[in-house]
Ligand binder design. Structure first.
Ligand code: HEM
Length: 473
């Protein structure tokens, strides 16, 4: 199998999708002799339900994942059992706080208004070619830093500055992918000798750690100032995630260790990773789909206008409630996430022997990878037209959204480890779509190739080159 995978590596998602299809949705990949490598690769929804929910306790992240993603520390993405449970309970209690949700809404609204629209206005006036994927990555990086750390690095401004922490994040992501492809002994040796990619890894990690540590210090000093002033009003005005975590009480019995600086650092890095590229990748694919499906774009625009309080209304006047009424837009976003899930693969590792619903026997310590990319293209789930972009498939006869169980619509994962940021993501994506579509028309630069990259996030390999024109309403 290795030679054929190497030959198709540039087209890996499509290649693996066709191999899975030919083999009934599950294949076993065995590495060369002596490598002891065995990976079960699946897009079978019953297997995924079994792994993520029915036998949840038997499938953890595993040692390989933990080794490759050591930068995530003991945060939610890299932890299992009681450490994961504690992280999950704590973050869940923060995410459901209304004050925190309002803070997220207001922060993002201000960012879209003062940075994204200002940038697009500038690009429009100057007739610039823009890489929309890069612009969206900058927007979501600024936003997630503001939300988690209470600090905006301002990557998105008209001169598109190079910000060390944002660049460091991009490079870390690329090196994490190479750790999946290189033989383990090789990257381990490079790490030990501190050469090549592994040297760069440490340098980039230091940049990010420095940014996070500085902010933790600021938050701690602000906290002690507040305590000394005993000023509850000030305290209530601090909503960034780390501050909120410090103020959130979780049952003591569930708390394995105190909320020290290491815990805050790990939580911050995990959330920066969770909230940055997932939203920007979804939006980049969405705007490409809009440009290639003008009929869908027109319907979305019509729906937005119908829900605005008046013809002259500004995009912000739609508010959270107005956004929730945009059913067709919601369907179009789900359809984008089905075909282009930002996280294209998930790893799991079996703790004990098990048999999958497809009949495959799983020994303990076997790695299982399920392809979120392929699951969105399974005919048995989505029908013969599964490769077509059709927001209508999400709309019921009564005009509501059709619920598809998460083990089939897998973009946000399924079971107890499903995404905690799903609702926030839909709200933020809708805000960007409404703000852009009401004000601008996006034109693709001709001949610019659009292909998915092979990365831990489903980016566009060559970005999304566009021109913006003011929309005449
Ligand atoms: C379109 C946007 C997003 C998509 C498609 C998405 C998708 C996912 C997926 C597939 C997972 C499972 C990862 C794994 O277990 O390895 C996950 C987990 C998670 N996501 Fe998201 N995500 C998105 C946005 C966000 C945002 C904005 C946040 C928060 C700021 C967030 C927070 C989390 C957290 C905390 C988990 C860990 C859940 C756990 O392990 O219990 N996500 N997400």
């Amino acid at each position: 199998m290795l030679p054929s995978i190497s030959l198709n590596i540039s087209n890996f998602h499509e290649y693996s999708n066709s191999i899975l299809k030919q083999n009934g949705g599950t294949i076993i990949f065995e590495g060369p002799w002596l490598t002891n490598m065995k990976i079960v690769f699946t897009s079978n929804a019953m297997n995924v339900q079994h792994i993520t929910s029915t036998k949840f306790e038997n499938y953890g992240k595993g040692d390989d994942f933990k080794e490759i993603f050591e930068v995530l520390g003991d945060g939610i993405f890299r932890s299992d059992s009681h450490k994961w449970k504690y992280n999950r309970t704590l973050l869940h209690s923060v995410f459901k706080q209304v004050s925190f949700q309002t803070f997220i809404h207001k922060t993002f609204e201000a960012k879209v208004d003062s940075c994204l629209l200002v940038f697009l206005d500038h690009a429009c006036k100057k007739g610039l070619q823009v890489d929309l994927q890069d612009v969206l990555q900058r927007l979501t990086f600024d936003n997630i830093c503001s939300i988690v750390l209470g600090f905006d690095p301002i990557c998105l401004s008209i001169d598109l500055p190079e910000i060390a922490s944002e660049k460091a994040f991009n490079q870390l992501e690329d090196i994490l992918l190479t750790r999946h492809i290189k033989p383990r002994f090789l990257w381990k040796l490079q790490k030990w000798l501190q050469i090549g990619d592994e040297k760069k890894f440490v340098e980039n990690q230091k940049i990010i750690d420095h940014m996070v540590d500085t902010q933790i210090k600021c938050i701690r000093s602000r906290q002690s100032e507040i305590k000394s002033k005993i000023n509850m009003q000030d305290k209530l005005q601090q909503f960034d995630l780390l501050t909120t975590i410090m103020n959130t009480e979780v049952e003591k019995k569930e708390q394995p260790n105190s909320i020290d600086d290491k815990f805050l650092r790990d939580t911050a890095i995990n959330l920066l990773a969770a909230g940055r590229d997932t939203i920007s990748s979804s939006l980049a694919w969405f705007f490409w789909l809009m440009a290639t499906h003008p009929f869908v774009e027109a319907k979305i625009l019509e729906e937005i206008k119908e829900n605005l309080p008046s013809k002259e209304s500004n995009w912000k006047e739609l508010g959270k409630e107005g956004l929730s009424k945009l059913v067709y837009l919601h369907g179009a976003l789900c359809e984008t996430l089905r075909l282009y899930p930002p996280i294209p693969f998930e790893h799991k590792c079996a703790m004990k022997f098990d048999v999958l619903p497809s009949g495959h026997k799983i020994k303990s310590n076997t790695m299982i990878v399920y392809s979120l990319y392929s699951m969105g293209r399974v005919e048995e789930i989505w029908g013969e037209d599964c490769l077509e972009f059709k927001p209508e498939r999400w709309i019921s006869n009564k005009g509501g959204i059709i619920h598809v169980p998460s083990y089939k619509f897998i973009a946000f994962n399924a079971g107890p480890r499903s995404c905690l940021g799903k609702d926030i993501s839909f709200t933020e994506m809708k805000m960007v779509v409404v703000a852009i579509l009401l004000n601008y028309h996006i034109q693709l630069v001709e001949e610019h190739p659009i292909v998915p990259s092979l990365s831990v996030i489903l980016h566009m390999k060559h970005g999304l080159k566009i021109m913006v024109k003011k929309r005449i309403v």
